[in-house]
Write a protein that binds this ligand. Sequence first.
Ligand SMILES: [Mg+2]
Length: 281
Amino acid sequence: MRPLIASLSSFVLLSLVTASTLAAPAASTSQAPAPTSDPLASGTVQNGTKWFRKSAEYRILALEAFRSATRRLEAIAETRYDRNWVVVSDADETLIDNSLYNQVNDQLGVGFDPKTWDEWVVKQQAGAIPGAFDFVRAVVDAGGKLAIVTNRERAREPETWANLVALGMPDDRSAICLLGIDAALDKKTNTEEWAKYGYANDKDRRRRLLREGIAQQCWKDHGWAARHAWNRPLDIVLEVGDNVQDFAGVTQAGAVPEQLLRKIGRRLILLPNPMYGSWEK
Ligand SMILES: [Mg+2]
């Protein structure tokens, strides 16, 4: 069954499964057990996905993370009268919620696949992480910049930007920059640069470009105001992510939790993600 299911268009399957989560189940025969309208109650959805999508604990922890981030932001804004500071945040499972993609995969018995992931990104159906967009707006209102450093493909920045704006992100290229990944910049094809600058993870390069004011992706195609805002050295004051590799110079293998803990709530804000991550490898 699985290969047949997997060979069908995931777009159609996602629509069907999504519809089944929203619509009431068809009438059952009198002898059959009553079907549930809640796919999360079924055994096919993995516990990590269930916890993320329905637990009170997840929502509390996400809100607490952004409450902590906002407190830190307020302290930073009190000491900065310039506009040369930037908060760096991850996107997936940090600002936006892709757990429906995971739920559908769980229901189909399939895993992550670049093709179905790309279809999901194009559909712009990611939801908001609790507290995330209040924080995003608070950064902009405080006069700060937000760089969203994501491992979504650079080619999908338009769809991702539109999804973020629909969820409440200001549509302001002078305040917010979206930096997707470019496969040509990975360690294998860019060994010399990785060694020269001592990159530890695949977001370190983009952090360097931001710090040096040369992250051209932030203004290319977005006009002079965006260039004026981003083409200048910037201080990274806060980093937000759901994975330790969202933080400068950190790898999963080399992470020392007790050392990172000292920075949590100060320089670093960490969100929970039990569904996937660099810890799987
Ligand atoms: Mg993430």
